[in-house]
Design a protein around this ligand. Sequence first.
Ligand SMILES: *Cc1c(COP(=O)(O)O)cnc(C)c1O
Length: 375
Amino acid sequence: MTAGNERALARVNVGAVRRNCGHLRALLTGGADLCAVVKADAYGHGQAACARAALEGGAAWLGVATAEEAAALREAEGNARILVMGALTGADARTALVAGADVVAWNEALVDELGDLAGGADRPVRVHVKLDTGMGRLGTKVADRARAVADRVVADDRLELAGLMTHFATADELGDDHFPAQLSAFRAFVDRMRHSHPHVVVHAANSAAVYREPASHFDMVRCGIAVYGLDPFQEDPAERGLEPVLALESYVADVKRFEPGETAGYGRRWRAEAETWVAVVPIGYGDGVRRGLSNNADVLVRGRRRPLVGTVSMDNITIDLGAETDVEPGDRVVLIGDQDGERLLCEEAADRLGTINYEVTCGLTQRVRRLHEDR
Ligand SMILES: *Cc1c(COP(=O)(O)O)cnc(C)c1O
């Protein structure tokens, strides 16, 4: 009855990952490299396939948050340069080192621990020293202390000083004055270090910074969101030359007539005003279609926007088709993506939810099959 349909399908276009990486690389100044950030299962898009496409698209590095992510990546990509950006327990550090990933340190104790773990390895462990210029998370807050941490790395022949980094808090808030302040604090730090460490990789920019300020590109940029064709400024990605990678689809399981006053879903939070047709679509918050979209989203069926009505359930949503409809059971439903020239951006869903596109794709659950296509 619904052959060819799938209940909850994320189509992930790896061709678009490749093109987005190529586009980002073309924006980079001074020969900076692209590190494609593939943490959190590539922002929900599927780590292995996206990492491969990013490398094909010209990324020279892959960035992850956790040691486990690095280990999985190493299985798939034998030779890639991998940077683990997040905090590591002792066990995590061991996992990261076994995976041959670069790691980040911000105090001497951490450097010493890494040195001890590196002990028997046949090559030094590559460490990036992080200065906290105003993100207020990981990183050494005082430049002189960060310099001391770097010196500690250099002094330990089991370790190699591979990079100097920082992370911006407000790169996506165009016109604010915190971003330029962070950039100049980082530049001052780097300028004092570079001559004595000419081979270190200096990196700061996330996706928003890449667009906002070429002076933030340094030797490498760390782009996540833009790789997936999602806009770092929560606007239309097409305006920044980015192509959305992910589409989310379901299908119409049933179409039924509603009389005025009849209601759909838990809590009866939508009531038919007049006679209308309602489609039942078997996808819900168990798939990552958030409950905050209740009475607060559109979906596409037969190339037209239709309002999601009633409460989003764990496994179903309901759609108002209007008094006259040609929609039938089995029709494809698009929740994110395009259909016959009409489109729904992830940024729109994020805006309705009061969140950012990052959280929308990261929130898609394991129950949604990722289908990797190359278009
Ligand atoms: C996640 C992350 C990035 C990527 O940021 P985007 O905004 O997705 O480009 C870069 N650097 C660090 C340290 C991160 O944690």
